[in-house]
Design a protein around this ligand. Structure first.
Ligand code: UFG
Length: 338
């Protein structure tokens, strides 16, 4: 299939692009490089062994997106082009609502004009909200989020479900990611956050490489075995494989399907620090600080549905996640160097 990756130069998009190419699909990328680098696309081509067609454009720009559909016979869209910094979304809610929702609507409208009927969406475990207890199952009702970023994901899921209800030809796959970490095993592509990392693993990696002095662990008094939060960390290459399965599933199915993409195994923040140290031999200086507003104490996936319906199973261990993160960070201390 020919797959359009909106935001395909970013962290999850670039890893998915490699796996799509390796599975024999064609890849078209549109990205405005606001939180990514064109260098990632060059490396995707190197790892995927094939060229990709790429456009530098804002996915809210309808004329440009129309042109992309005119110039390419797109079979399926994967929408990764979202803003994702939770704290920033609290400060700049309008920017988040405008960007995340407008990009989704623009893609849907252009797909309708072009007769493209398959949409795979980067959703998040955050949509389960505060009301649901782990493990999260796809049949649970969406909950309430503590921040605008999370609400954009909830709203976009609803928009996509309504669009599919109104158009029986449309296939929508909502992929709810848990906590993606790690990098391609070659160390050529990986996560390259701009400025101070918001997320745990890139922060640990930057402490390990000497770019930051120490990690602050946000809260040591949660009701968990070691007092730090529990999360379901998933290797980004397993996540990428999940997208390939979703795209192939969408080829022959109609309607909306939701899949959790997680391992089903929770780890604490201290588990991650220890695993990183033992996989890499590098010490990570840390101190326990106050809780971060909005963090839930614990959540992880029930991943049975993706296993059963997509035939997808995670293959990579926590050790792999730490080793591959470190290979990327060590070989690219300043990321893509943008
Ligand atoms: N953490 C620290 N120190 C840091 C960064 C994180 O202790 O410097 C802790 C957090 O408190 C949390 C854990 O590490 O306990 C994981 O935090 P991340 O920021 O890496 O990930 P979150 O679970 O907070 O966020 C992820 C995604 C969001 C999504 C959210 C809920 O990044 O997109 O899960 O699904 F909204």
């Amino acid at each position: 299939m020919k797959v359009l990756l909106a935001g395909g130069a970013g962290y999850i998009g670039s890893h998915t692009a490699v796996q799509l190419l390796r599975a024999g699909h064609e890849v078209v990328i549109v990205d405005d490089f606001s939180n990514s680098s064109p260098e990632a696309i060059r490396r995707v081509e190197e790892l995927g062994g094939k060229k990709v067609v790429s456009y530098e454009a804002d996915v809210k720009d309808k004329e440009k997106v129309r042109q992309i559909f005119r110039e390419n016979d797109i079979d399926c869209v994967i929408h990764f082009a979202g803003l994702k910094a939770v704290g920033e979304s609290v400060r700049l809610p309008l920017k988040y609502y405008r960007n995340n929702i407008d990009t989704t609507l623009t893609l849907l409208e252009c797909m309708e004009e072009a007769g493209c009927t398959r949409f795979v969406f980067s959703s998040s475990a955050t949509v389960y909200g505060e009301e649901n207890d782990p493990p999260y199952v796809e049949t649970m009702k969406r909950g309430s989020c503590s921040n605008p970023y999370g609400w954009t994901k909830v709203m976009m899921e609803e928009i996509l479900e309504d669009a599919a209800k109104a158009n029986p030809k449309l296939t929508v796959i909502l992929l709810r990611y848990f906590n993606p970490i790690g990098a391609h095993e070659s160390g050529r592509i990986g996560e390259d956050p701009q400025g101070i990392p918001n997320n745990l693993m890139p922060y640990i990696a930057q402490v390990a490489v000497g770019r930051r002095d120490h990690l602050t662990v946000f809260g040591g008094d949660y009701p968990t075995p070691d007092g730090t939060c529990l999360r379901d960390y998933i290797h980004v290459m397993d996540l990428a494989d999940g997208h390939v399965k979703a795209v192939e599933y969408a080829e022959n199915h109609r309607g909306v399907e939701i899949f959790n993409l997680g391992t089903g195994t929770p780890y604490s923040v201290l588990d991650i620090i220890k695993a990183f140290e033992s996989a890499t031999g590098v010490k990570v200086k840390y101190e326990i600080g106050p809780r971060r507003a909005g963090d839930l104490p614990k959540f992880w996936a029930d991943s049975a549905k993706a296993q059963k319906v997509l035939g997808w199973k995670t293959k990579r261990s926590l050790e792999d996640m730490c080793r591959d993160t470190w290979k990327w960070q060590k070989n690219n201390p300043m990321g893509y160097g943008k």
